[in-house]
Design a binder for this molecule. Structure first.
Ligand code: NAD
Length: 294
């Protein structure tokens, strides 16, 4: 089954770039966002934005979702008169939202019963990776559906490995982001120590990045968004808090205790006033701002 028309639902920081990339790579792209303010930028990028969700759900050959929460994905999948009632062809949904594996599996079963498919395909690489088509995607779902969605996955990503059955993509994404959340806290604290002890953080970061304490946070995020003072990575602290919460909920479901991760979650919650949900998540590593201290 060829995929010529892709519907993108959610045209935010990530979805807009993905839609633009798909249009640039030759797909006809239909877009929908709850918020009409997202439409002009999408239209300027070659995306045809439609007035209702169901117009997109009914017309696309494949769908890409980029939505904040699992409940938003559920609302879109189960929209009355939408995908569940569509019978003209099999539609594969590539859900790039960071969501919880349980909801993903439940929705994948409902879509399969209606003749469609859901792949959980959360992403890493930020708005720039979405706009450039260089995301890392981690895909869960049936092998045959992964093969069906391949042209769309390849257009949006530098790599998109199939990591396992439904929910596996979300599991590995939550594992990744739990590490990111922890590294932001520890990197901010370690650099604050350096400054307090009399060595500038700039000097410390340079050395750490050639030594064993380095991470994507110290190598990429601190220079690009913290030391520069721009704090404009395009990923909000609220979405990071969601990911930490989902990771700890998954740990509880599995019956395992993660004491350091629980403390990381507590720190992200406790800094809600100093680093509001709308702030950039890299504020957590701002070693110069005492408000960020926890
Ligand atoms: P965002 O808040 O910028 O965009 C989400 C968009 O979805 C908004 O424009 C919102 O109006 C729209 N929306 C919400 N509910 C909707 C609905 N029912 N129907 C249609 N549109 C709806 O968020 P984002 O930063 O683009 O993140 C999207 C997803 O990608 C999240 O799950 C996030 O955790 C994940 N993610 C983000 C980044 C990043 O760097 N921003 C990186 C990796 C993964």
């Amino acid at each position: 089954m060829t995929i010529a028309t892709v519907g993108v639902v959610g045209l935010g920081n990530m979805g807009l770039g993905m839609a633009a990339t798909l249009a640039r790579k030759g797909f006809t792209v239909l877009g929908y966002d709850l918020s009409p303010v997202r439409r002009p930028a999408a239209e300027a990028a070659g995306v045809t934005t439609l007035n209702t969700l169901n117009e997109v759900l009914q017309a696309a050959d494949a769908l890409v979702f980029s939505l904040p929460l699992a409940r938003d994905v559920e609302a879109v999948v189960t929209a009355e008169g939408g995908l569940l009632s569509r019978t003209d062809r099999k539609v594969v949904v590539v859900d790039t939202s960071t969501s919880d594996p349980g909801t993903t599996r439940r929705l994948a079963e409902r879509l399969a019963a209606a003749g469609h498919a859901l792949l959980d395909a959360p992403v890493s690489g930020g708005p720039s990776g979405a706009a450039e088509g260089t995301l890392t995607m981690m895909v869960g779902g049936a092998e045959a559906d992964y093969a069906l969605a391949r042209p769309v996955l390849e257009a949006m990503s530098a790599r998109a490995p199939h990591v396992g059955p439904s929910g596996a993509g979300n599991i590995v994404k939550l594992v990744n982001n739990l590490l990111v959340a922890a590294h932001l806290v520890t990197t901010g604290e370690a650099l604050r120590l350096s400054e307090a002890a009399g060595l500038s953080a700039d000097e410390a970061v340079k050395v750490v990045n050639t030594a064993t304490g380095r991470s994507a946070i110290s190598e990429v995020m601190v220079p690009r968004w913290v030391q520069s003072g721009t704090f404009d990575s395009g990923f909000s602290a609220g979405l990071m808090r969601k990911d930490v919460r989902l990771a700890l909920e998954l740990a509880a479901e599995c019956g395992i205790d993660l004491p350091l991760s629980a403390e990381v979650k507590r720190i992200w919650q406790a800094t809600q006033d100093a680093i509001p949900d709308t702030a950039d998540f890299t504020r957590m590593a701002d070693y110069r701002d005492p408000k960020g201290a926890h």
